[in-house]
Design a protein around this ligand. Structure first.
Ligand code: SF4
Length: 70
């Protein structure tokens, strides 16, 4: 089984939604990809809090602010 740095991932995660996938980035990405979304870490904190993780919202914010993740 692959090693997952779940606690390290959690420490860098900006997601404020109570979610069992937090820190399991592979599951997080797959979940949002299935829903045509992006994970919280692609959005600035103030936008992330709105929980709109749609690709449309990502493109809108990207056009307004540029890259917002580290
Ligand atoms: S970004 Fe989505 S899947 Fe990932 S921890 Fe937050 S709510 Fe869960």
């Amino acid at each position: 089984m692959e090693h997952c740095n779940r606690e390290e991932n959690k420490a860098q995660c900006n997601c404020t939604y109570p979610c069992s996938r937090k820190g399991r980035c592979c599951d997080c990405l797959a979940y949002h990809r299935r829903n045509r979304e992006l994970p919280a870490c692609y959005f600035p904190d103030d936008v992330e809090k709105g929980y709109d993780r749609s690709v449309d919202n990502f493109i809108k914010i990207y056009r307004e602010r540029g890259v917002c993740w580290n």
